[in-house]
Ligand binder design. Structure first.
Ligand SMILES: [Zn+2]
Length: 325
């Protein structure tokens, strides 16, 4: 068996690049594929040329999670090569009904973040930012023809690169994310679960009830525990360089999450009660989505711990220190 070959591709996101991984045997397989842009296409093509191959030779694309920087190019690759795209069961709808699901996610974000912001000023600016950002996402992501999509289960195994990989469900960053683990070599294709920077939980609807919001950060904490239990030699992450010593990285990220959660609690105790007021203090740049997702997560954790309460006051959501019973 051979190590996954890392291909670094450009992305519109702040991370600057996203990784695809290549297996040359037994059939040309790509894990994740970047966004649908000419820059990504050229980078992919250049990486394949090294092996005397072209995009039309790709037989299989396997997706870790249906976010634009990981799946966006899949449609164009299918059109060029006739490749099959493998997605996990929870990604299937995102893969084939992309636009409809994006609309639903926008609605969820507006309800849970915009709903708490003043309608003029930063609320209006944020609303505009959301719309233009989502336009850019759909531009870089084609829905896939259903007949080209194969689904794989959330648990079990996949054959890739001439060996068997365990499928590991790792919700948190998104509730539809899978990692792949190769036991003998102790390799983990980690998607956006294990990154050198703390992954952020995307605000999204629940798998069981589309009207409800997923508690992403709490799920991420559980997935970290799952990752701590794995014996990993090398992590092949969705962004940045492969690394080892994943347990130390996780401990650092857990510590930071804990500190930020406590800082949020302290601010509420000190008299900040609205989402955007808390955000203003915790993050210097108000309008950034990762920060907003993290704050949403800290509040969720504090509510779960019954240390704060969420209430509607004067038409806005307010966070208050929970009364001691
Ligand atoms: Zn990503």
């Amino acid at each position: 068996m051979t190590e996954p070959i890392r291909i670094e591709l450009p992305t519109m996101y702040g991370m600057k690049s996203v990784n695809a991984y290549l297996f040359l045997i037994p059939e040309l397989t790509l894990i994740d594929c970047g966004e649908k842009t000419d820059a990504t296409w050229d980078a992919l093509q250049a990486a394949l040329t090294v092996y005397d191959l072209a995009i039309k030779d790709i037989k299989r694309v396997i997706i870790t999670h249906a976010h634009v920087d990981h799946i966006g190019m899949a449609g164009r690759i299918v059109a060029e090569s006739g490749a099959r795209v493998w997605v996990n069961e929870y990604c299937y709808d995102w893969a084939v009904n992309t636009e409809a699901l994006w609309k639903r996610r926008i609605a969820m974000m507006e309800k849970h973040i915009l709903g708490d912001m003043p309608k003029d000023g930063e609320g209006a600016t944020f609303s505009k930012m959301l719309r233009s950002f989502f336009g850019a996402v759909l531009n870089a992501w084609d829905a896939l023809p259903a007949e080209k999509v194969t689904t794989f289960p959330m648990e079990g195994s996949l054959e890739m690169g001439g060996t068997t990989w365990d499928i590991i469900y790792a919700p948190g960053h998104t509730n539809m994310q899978t990692c792949f683990y190769q036991k003998e070599k102790k390799w983990l294709i980690g998607a956006d679960m294990l990154l050198s920077i703390t992954p952020t939980p995307v605000i999204e609807f629940s798998l069981t009830d589309p009207e409800k919001r997923e508690n992403g950060l709490a799920e991420m904490l559980q997935s970290y525990q799952k990752m701590l239990d794995l014996d990993i030699e090398t992590v092949f992450p969705g962004h940045y360089e492969p690394f080892s010593n994943h347990r130390k990285l996780i401990q650092n990220q857990l510590r930071r999450i804990h500190l930020r959660k406590e800082a949020t609690y302290q601010l509420i105790e000190d008299g900040k009660h609205r989402f955007y007021e808390l955000f203003d203090v915790l993050y210097t740049n108000r309008l950034n989505m990762p920060g907003m997702s993290m704050l949403r997560g800290y509040l969720d954790l504090l509510i779960d711990e019954k240390r704060i309460e969420e209430r509607i006051e004067d038409g806005y959501t307010a966070y208050r220190i929970a009364a001691i019973l």
